[in-house]
Design a protein around this ligand. Structure first.
Ligand SMILES: Cc1ncc(C[n+]2csc(CCOP(=O)(O)OP(=O)(O)O)c2C)c(N)n1
Length: 658
């Protein structure tokens, strides 16, 4: 290892961060400066990557969980030759730049996850590691190794203080994800203050108690960093690894280094002296020396060779294993069988069960058609019913298992699913009760922001849960999810709509879907054909019962309340139409003509019914309409009793119409 040039590159990376933060007068200097030697070793020595093939299947993945230190990542991506130019670095945090304030997936080559909300990247890295283990088990053969990558995650004290990180770390240790290497930027500083004010645990002891290997090193010692990483990569001992790197935050700006003032942009005003202290030229900002450039272009040439060698192995493997290769290609491309719906058998016309039970039938049919589908539950498989029969359980001994036992770790589950989805080889889904969706919200929001196709399965979707009472009876949660941009929320009204909902989730490649399923039995709405109902879900909304005379009234329902709208319409007579609206977001994406054909503007007598808060419904019922819902918390009693008490019956719809 050429420590002279790596030390020089580290200081130039410091200079890039100082100049970028100074130019936009915002951003974080502490981590990019404190972790410069770590960056030099990762990008200059230890990680396998090829800047011209940022999606190389066998690259080492790098997740910057401490996303506030984004200039660390942009600086090293630039130096190592990714398509992140000097100009991009100069436009750090500027409008439409590829160097946004915090790393965003899809925006910048080499950025593996959207990070910034602390702790999330740790969960994502665990998801990547799970995906890597599964990919190796599924695709490697005795003759060919396609996958043997490591997952690196750089995080600080902040990530480690978050609950989501603790959940994911426990999961990784328990499942023996020894392809995972954390580098803990342990600088004893957070944002407000020295970390001693808020934390006192022994990090090594903590990680070891979670079945991780832990070592503490000087985070500025290039040799020590490289040695620790080499050892971590070599130890295939069933333990994830953490390298606790003791660093000096904002190293290079003596006025703020080692203190909370070094965390943000506060040090930027001292950069002239700091740059001189690091040996950077006073008259050239965003300086990169010829030696550093040469070093990384040589490294890039070596990476290209390694990539070509892997490509040859891949080609030979694909030739020898065409079926596996087709499966992998379909996974990477998120290809879904076009006739997926036809692979889900129709339910018998007298089927009457909970949509979670219908979901069980459906997910098993989908799992047969889509081998990439994996699913998990936060200790509620028995209730959420999304278990893939014959799929096996994921574990250290069985990385091929398609069912993931997340334990009671909802937030961790969602962040890990996001990591699997970022990797993009498998289709991730995870389940719990809808009332606990808020525990996962931070990750759901990031899935939506990052345009990754995770399926979140939520059962026990309303006061219909019954006796467990208001703690377990969501009323505000469906609407709370609907307001997250780019999240499709589907609340199917019968078993066939449930089939349509799963198809919709699988067809979606540019964002997550939340499936909202009942605990209690509901009947099939047999007035339309199976195809019409499934297709209706793909459109988000459709006419579930057409008026027989001149249209006077539109009843709109979702989920378990659709049946009440249908029954009310049958009694109310000729001019009444029922619209099933299981997914607002999909409906909004339809053309104006289709929307008008379902909800004609001329008909202002509209009533909606949904067992949840009413606020979002006014855009569909209008000021002359009525929104029947539940604008309060629920009650502990049998589900049908609670529904009746809170106005969710056919009779309430009829009364409202009259
Ligand atoms: C969930 C979340 N809460 C709060 C913040 C705001 N924030 C950004 S960095 C930071 C301190 C992080 O401390 P540490 O991880 O030690 O980073 P360092 O100060 O060493 O850069 C905080 C509170 C955030 N980004 N995400």
């Amino acid at each position: 290892m050429n420590t002279t040039i790596l030390a020089q590159a580290a200081n130039e990376a410091r200079g890039l961060s100082m100049d970028a933060v100074h130019a936009c007068n915002s951003g974080h200097l502490g981590l990019p400066l404190g972790c410069a030697e770590i960056g030099a070793v990762l990008f200059g020595e230890s990680m396998r990557y090829h800047p011209d093939a940022p999606k190389w299947l066998n690259r080492d993945r790098f997740v910057l969980s401490a996303g506030h230190g984004s200039m660390f990542l942009y600086g090293w991506l630039h130096l190592s030759g990714y398509a992140v130019s000097r100009n991009d670095v100069k436009h750090f945090r500027a409008l439409h730049s590829i160097t946004p304030g915090h790393p965003e997936f899809h925006e910048t080559p080499g950025v593996e996850a959207t990070t910034g909300p602390l702790g999330q990247g740790i969960g994502n890295a665990v998801g990547y590691a799970l995906s890597g283990k599964r990919a190796a088990a599924r695709f490697n053969t005795a003759e060919h190794t396609i996958f043997d990558q490591h997952i690196f995650c750089l995080h600080g004290d902040g990530c480690l203080q978050e609950g989501v990180a603790k959940e994911a770390i426990a999961f990784a240790g328990h499942n023996g994800l020894d392809n995972l290497i954390f580098i803990y930027d342990s600088n004893d500083v957070t944002l407000d203050a020295m970390a001693v004010l808020t934390q006192g645990e022994d990090a090594e002891e903590y990680f070891r108690s979670q079945r991780w290997d832990a070592v503490t090193i000087d985070g500025h010692d290039l040799d020590a960093i490289a040695k620790a990483i080499e050892k971590a990569k070599g130890d295939k001992n069933g333990h994830p690894k953490v390298i606790i790197a003791k660093t000096l935050i904002a190293k290079g700006i003596p006025e703020v280094a080692g203190t909370a003032k070094g965390h943000g942009e506060g040090g930027a005003k001292f950069i002239d002296a700091a740059r001189a202290g690091l040996g950077l030229p006073a008259d050239e900002h965003f300086f990169v020396s010829k030696q550093t450039e040469d070093f990384f272009s040589e490294k890039k040439a070596a990476s290209a060779k390694a990539f070509d060698a892997w490509q040859k192995t891949y080609d030979a493997w694909a030739k020898a294993n065409p079926e596996l290769a087709a499966e992998l290609t379909a996974g990477v491309a998120h290809t879904t069988p076009v006739d997926l719906s036809s692979k889900i058998p129709a339910f018998a016309s007298d089927y009457k069960d909970a949509t979670r039970s219908a979901g069980s039938t459906v997910i098993n049919a989908v799992a047969k058609a889509i081998p990439q589908l994996i699913t998990g539950s936060a200790d509620l498989f028995g209730s959420t019913k999304n278990y893939i029969k014959d799929g096996g359980d994921f574990s250290q001994g069985n990385p091929l298992g398609r069912n993931i036992w997340f334990g009671i770790r909802e937030h961790g589950m969602a962040a890990i699913c996001n990591g699997i989805a970022y990797d993009g080889l498998f289709r991730a889904s995870g389940a719990t009760f809808l009332a606990f969706a808020d525990y996962m919200r931070g990750s759901i929001r990031l899935a939506a922001l990052s345009h990754i196709p995770v399926t979140f399965i939520f059962t026990h979707d309303s006061v219909g849960v019954g006796e467990d009472g208001p703690t377990h009876q969501p009323v505000e949660t469906v609407s709370g999810l609907r307001v997250i941009p780019n999240l499709d929320v589907i609340r199917p009204g019968d078993a066939e709509e449930t089939a349509g909902a799963f198809v919709a989730a699988m067809l979606r490649t540019d964002g997550p879907t939340a499936l909202i399923l009942t605990r209690q039995a509901i009947p099939l709405m047999n007035e339309l054909s199976v195809e019409e109902r499934r297709d209706g879900v793909l459109r988000g909304g459709y006419i579930a019962r057409k008026e027989t005379g001149a249209l006077t009234t539109i009843l709109i329902g979702t989920g378990s309340e659709l049946q009440h709208a249908m029954a009310a319409a049958a009694e109310l007579g000729d001019g009444v139409r029922v619209v099933s609206l299981p997914c607002f977001e999909r409906f909004e994406r339809q053309g104006a003509d289709y929307k008008e054909s379902v909800l004609p503007k001329s008909c202002t007598r509209r009533i909606s019914i949904e067992a949840g808060v009413t606020d979002l419904w006014w855009k569909y019922v209008g000021t002359e309409g009525k929104a029947l819902g539940i604008d309060r918390f629920g009650i502990s009693a049998p589900g049908d009793v609670v529904m009746k008490e809170l106005g969710m019956t056919k009779d309430h719809v009829i009364a409202a119409a009259k």
